[in-house]
Design a protein around this ligand. Structure first.
Ligand code: UT7
Length: 332
């Protein structure tokens, strides 16, 4: 747990950017692909459409666009950046890291680069890692991006999963700030539940073979209803813990910017936190679940739409495969 002392220098977000592919896949399009309906998807998930990257677009390409926008917003050049962290479960390839590929595309020649694999909580894990490095004095700033091409790992014949996911990227620039910034962070993991959401093949345990491809084991497999129960409890607890570390109540929170997996999860989280659900920022209708990019893009959208004002107290809150979770209180 990381609660900041009052006189401790803080790290804050000084620039934001996002990239959403142009191609829109609507529920009506999915009706033609699998046995589903717009009505089922809308009422069970809150999703109406999602973005799908072109075949030739990789996770690093979406990350590049999001990072360039964040750098511009921060009034910085790529060569100013000390550290690049890419949060992703859909890397360009197993090696090298997507962060190194991104470094080359950005021409951020002075940065140290690595990826973080923490699924839907990846953006919060990445921001927290960057914060720790900056506070240690090792690096003076960082670029953190959640970028995912989930469409490449989605089984377009499986109605249980293919209606849920989308592609996109959200990025932030982090640096020491004189006011506001990250106030508290609470993170956790539970590997005993690793089987609930996974891509079974393609790693060292089950390398790619003709059989793994035929059995569609390179796609996302999910135990949806079990995850649902964990998600509600864990996201509510994480949000409450990060806020209570500061002795904040729900009244002190202006916005919760959550991972967007399911609108019913988010309504139940608000209920459990005893939080007015109008304080939960939602963009799931437009983009679906973009794993690590979800919380990042939600933050960027909320800023761009003018919802978040200077001095607002916001709580990033995410949960995902691992299981992993994290909540972070930021004064904007
Ligand atoms: O990103 C981080 C982690 N992800 C999550 O936390 C996701 C958590 N889970 C969920 O969001 C929900 O569990 C889902 C949206 C995935 C599924 O909703 P659900 O209310 O839990 O439905 P279910 O899996 O219990 O399925 C209910 C029924 C089943 O039919 P039967 O067996 O009752 O006849 C499914 O086969 O709905 C059926 N179904 C569908 N029907 C139409 C499942 N997917 C579809 C579909 N269209 N796309």
């Amino acid at each position: 747990m990381a609660k900041k002392k009052k006189d401790e220098a803080r790290v804050g977000i000084i620039g934001v950017g996002s990239h959403l592919p142009k191609k829109v896949l609507a529920n009506e399009d999915l009706e033609k692909m699998v046995d589903t309906t717009d009505e089922w998807i809308t009422t069970r998930t809150g999703i109406k459409e999602r973005r799908i990257a072109d075949e030739g677009t990789a996770t690093s390409d979406m990350a590049k666009d999001a990072c360039e926008e964040a750098l511009k917003d921060a009034n910085m050049k790529a060569s100013d950046i000390d550290l690049i962290i890419v949060a992703t479960i859909t890397p360009d390839m197993p090696l090298p890291s997507t962060a190194c590929i991104l470094q080359s595309k950005l021409d951020a020649k002075n940065a140290v680069c690595f990826d973080i694999s923490a699924a839907c909580a990846g953006f919060i894990y990445g921001v927290s890692t960057a914060e720790a490095y900056i506070k240690s004095g090792l690096y003076k700033n960082a670029l953190v991006v959640g970028s995912e091409k989930l469409s490449a790992f989605t089984d377009w014949k499986d109605r249980n999963t293919c209606v849920l996911f989308g592609d996109g990227a959200g990025a932030v620039v982090l640096a020491p700030v004189k006011r506001g910034g990250i106030l508290s962070t609470y993170m956790g993991s539970d590997g005993t539940q690793a089987d609930l959401l996974k891509v079974p093949a393609g790693g060292s345990k089950m390398p790619a073979t003709k059989k793994t491809v035929e059995e569609r084991l390179h796609y996302i497999k999910m135990s949806g209803s079990e995850l649902f129960k964990h998600a509600v409890k864990i996201m509510a607890d994480a949000g409450n813990k990060a806020a209570s570390m500061l002795n904040y109540s729900c009244d002190d929170i202006d916005w919760v910017i959550p991972h967007q997996a399911n609108i019913r999860i988010l309504n139940a989280v608000a209920n459990r936190m005893k939080l007015n659900s109008k304080k939960i920022y939602l963009n799931i209708r437009r983009y679906g679940n973009m794993s690590s990019a979800s919380t990042a893009v939600a933050l960027v959208d909320a800023v761009k739409e003018g919802r978040i004002k200077k001095g607002d107290i916001i709580v990033l809150d995410a949960f995902g495969a691992g299981l992993v979770w994290g909540a972070m209180v930021i004064e904007w």
